[in-house]
Structures are given as structure tokens and as C-alpha cells.
Write a protein that binds this ligand. Structure first.
Ligand code: NAD
Length: 376
């Protein structure tokens, strides 16, 4: 039976990279005995243009009826002047919320061929392979009470009375479910979890410590470390190789996942997954819609292609029937990407400062990955 996948290509380079990722998914899936049935829907600016809203209820329903969602990117200058409530990016927030995508997984792995692309020294980044598991639907971005009060200073020179507040709130069950995702991921990797917190000042972090310790008892094969967020930020640039899986709340995860991403030095390479209870997921490249290069076949599709590897592994990897094949297909995609880079092929974004070599466009890069897949 064909597996339903919803494609949400979105705006800018989104459709270009999503198409290459779709072709790779079809080819790798076929090798694993998986067949897909794709449904394409609009999200972001293109949906605003067509329907006046960045995300329609019908699209959410289509996603609910699917095995997984593959998204490109949303946004662009055409919609920047619109009120915040109807901007393309609202579509992204709305779909994460509607689908209950509470776990954001962002791997940051340095490919040997790109070891010089990082702002850090090659000997520091060589071999880095870490995964940030960020809680995505709770914490300070959603906590109540929130808001602003008071008056701005009067023109008379009196002091103002403005005050603003946001609350960092976490329920025990929210911490438990994200922690379980992190431990399960660690079992697929190197069996180490670092819980990042600020328990020396935050009550919320103290609850995280307690719950993480309790969950850890169910995973005696996984080693657990607790790390303060400030020292974690330092260690990530000083000794990134020490990390396997990092688990943390929404705010710390937002910042640390961007820091970890930059260790690899290449935005066009980074995939991500956002998961709901039961493992349902939305997969997307970390980068945005890159309006500066959209429509010119200049985008690097490797982040989208590696998102498809995450999709295979996460959405199909634990099925008794499809699991082994899907896991092999995900590994084959990663190997194909590495082979293409090892052979010296680069999209424009992967060139080092001052480097001169011929670059390949989005379609050609996709073809090269398909060729490499076919050779295995
Ligand atoms: P961006 O990631 O789109 O681009 C930043 C820079 O990286 C640009 O120079 C771009 O050309 C380059 N780049 C990004 N992805 C690339 C790729 N695959 N290949 C080659 N080069 C690539 O970030 P931005 O410029 O800050 O944002 C542009 C738009 O995208 C904005 O409207 C923003 O809101 C939106 N955005 C969307 C998402 C998302 O959909 N998940 C994420 C971030 C930004």
C-alpha cells in the first residue's frame, strides 16, 4: 500500500529543494520496498496569495491523514509588510500547534568534506555529530501570564511605568515526553544524553532535573549528564565532540540549536524533524525561503534531502514491516550525500571564502545524489 506524504513546498526556494527531496525519497523508498502517494498543499505566502490565510484547516486535515509531512520553507519580502497575524511564518507556528509537534530534533553533523566550512578550527569540528532535542510547544514562549503594562514616559520628562512579563511554565508530563524522545534517540546513536538547564536559579529547571532523573531510570543503558545552559554554550564551541544528544526546553533549545547548527558552517546542509506523540512528524530544512536566490536553481537541496532521511528513519523506522528497509534507506541517503561532497561537488553556499571551483545548481545536486544512491 502506498504511504501518504503531504508536501508543503511553501515559498522562495522551498518548492525547488522539496522537489529534489521528493525524488530522492521516491528512489530511496523504492530500494526499501516503500511506495509513496504524495499530496501537495499550500502553506505560507503562496497560501495567503491563493486563500488570504497562511494555513487552511483543510491542509491540517490532510496532514492528519498522512504518514508524514515534508515542508520546504515559508516567507519572503512580498509578505513582510502584512500584519503579523497573517504573515507566512504564522502558518508554520499554526501547523506545529495544530499537529501537536512538541519535539524538535535538529542534528548537527560535520561532513568530512566540509570540515573547513566551519568558523571553528577543523580539529575542533572534525567528527562532530550531535542532536539537539528541543521542547517546542511549552515554556516561556507560551506561558501565562504574559503581556505588557504601564505607560511610556510622558513628554514632560517623567519616568515611564512600563513593565513586561513572560512566564516559563512546564508541566511534568511535558518534560517527561520530551525526555523520553531524547533517550530513545540516544539509543539509536551513542547512548549519551546531556540535559541542559538553569537549575541554580530557575524552579522550572529544578523540576526538569527531577523528571529527567526519573525518566533516566527506564534507560539504564543511556548515560545522563546535567549541564548548566551557560557552560553548555561555551562547551559547544570549545569541545562540541563531547555531545551526543542534548535535551532542553524551548528557550534554551532555540538558542543552542542555532549555535550547534553554526558549528557545521553550512545552513544549506541542516535538516530537522518536529514530532508529535506516537512519532508522527513534520520534516523540513532548517534554512528559510532564501528569496535572494529563489527561482534561479541556485539553492542547495541537501538540507531538504537529509530531512527525507530523517523522515524515513523516524516515520517508518520503527515499523516491524518497513523498519529495517527504511533505516537502511536513510543511511543510504546520508552516504549518497557524503559521496557527492567527497567527489568535490558544491552548491554556491558551500564554497569557502576565496574558493574558486565550478558549482552545481539545485537540480544537478539532486541528480548527483540520485546517481550516488543508484550506485550502492
Ligand atoms: P534564509 O535561511 O532564507 O537565508 C539566509 C541566507 O542563507 C541567504 O543568503 C540565503 O540565500 C542562504 N541560504 C539559505 N538556504 C539556502 C540553501 N538551501 N541554499 C543556498 N543558500 C541558502 O534566512 P532569511 O534570509 O533570514 O529569511 C528569508 C525568509 O525565510 C524570511 O521571510 C524568513 O521569515 C523565512 N524563514 C523561514 C523559515 C522556515 O520556513 N522554516 C526559517 C527561517 C526563515
Amino acid at each position: 500500500m502506498a504511504e501518504r506524504i503531504v508536501l508543503l513546498p511553501g515559498d522562495g526556494i522551498g518548492p525547488e529543494v522539496t522537489e529534489q527531496a521528493r525524488l530522492v525519497l521516491v528512489a530511496a523508498g523504492a530500494q526499501a520496498g516503500l511506495e509513496f502517494d504524495f499530496v501537495e498543499e499550500l502553506i505560507g505566502g503562496c497560501s495567503i496569495d491563493a486563500y488570504g490565510t497562511p494555513l487552511r484547516e483543510e491542509v491540517i486535515e490532510a496532514c492528519r491523514g498522512s504518514r508524514a509531512v515534508l515542508l520546504g520553507a515559508v516567507g519572503g519580502p512580498r509578505w513582510d509588510e502584512m500584519p503579523v497575524a497573517v504573515r507566512p511564518e504564522k502558518g508554520l507556528l499554526a501547523i506545529r500547534k495544530a499537529l501537536g509537534l512538541f519535539a524538535n530534533l535538529r542534528p548537527a553533523a560535520v561532513m568530512p568534506a566540509l570540515v573547513n566550512a566551519s568558523a571553528l578550527r577543523p580539529e575542533i569540528v572534525e567528527g562532530v555529530d550531535l542532536l539537539v532535542v528541543r521542547e517546542l510547544t511549552g515554556g516561556i514562549y507560551f506561558g501565562e501570564p504574559r503581556g505588557r503594562e504601564g505607560e511610556a514616559p510622558a513628554s514632560t520628562g517623567e519616568k515611564g511605568t512600563r513593565r513586561a512579563l513572560n512566564a516559563m511554565v512546564y508541566e511534568e508530563h511535558e518534560i517527561e515526553r520530551i525526555t523520553r524522545v531524547a533517550f530513545e534517540q540516544a539509543r539509536l546513536r551513542r547512548n549519551h544524553v546531556t540535559h541542559v538547564h538553569k537549575a541554580n536559579v530557575l524552579d522550572v529547571s529544578q523540576l526538569w532535573m527531577e523528571v529527567v532523573d526519573e525518566v533516566a531510570k527506564d534507560y539504564p543503558d543511556v548515560e545522563l549528564a546535567h549541564q548548566l545552559v551557560d557552560s553548555c554554550a561555551m562547551l559547544l564551541v570549545q569541545e562540541p565532540k563531547r555531545f551526543d544528544v542534548i535535551v532542553t526546553g524551548n528557550l534554551f533549545g532555540d538558542i543552542l540549536s542555532d549555535e550547534a547548527a553554526m558549528i557545521t558552517g553550512s545552513l544549506g546542509m541542516l535538516p530537522s524533524a518536529s514530532l508529535a506523540t506516537g512519532g508522527f512528524g513534520l520534516f523540513e530544512p532548517v534554512h528559510g525561503s532564501a528569496p535572494d536566490i529563489a527561482g534561479q536553481d541556485l539553492a542547495n537541496p541537501l538540507a531538504a534531502i537529509q530531512s527525507v532521511a530523517m523522515l524515513l528513519e523516524t516515520s517508518f523506522g520503527s515499523d516491524v514491516a518497513t523498519g529495517p528497509g527504511a533505516t537502511r534507506a536513510a543511511a543510504a541517503i546520508r552516504k549518497a550525500v557524503a559521496d557527492v561532497l567527497d567527489a568535490g561537488h558544491r552548491s554556491g553556499d558551500l564554497l569557502l571564502p576565496g574558493e574558486t571551483r565550478d558549482t552545481v545548481g539545485c537540480k544537478r545536486m539532486g541528480e548527483l545524489v540520485l546517481d550516488a544512491l543508484g550506485r550502492d
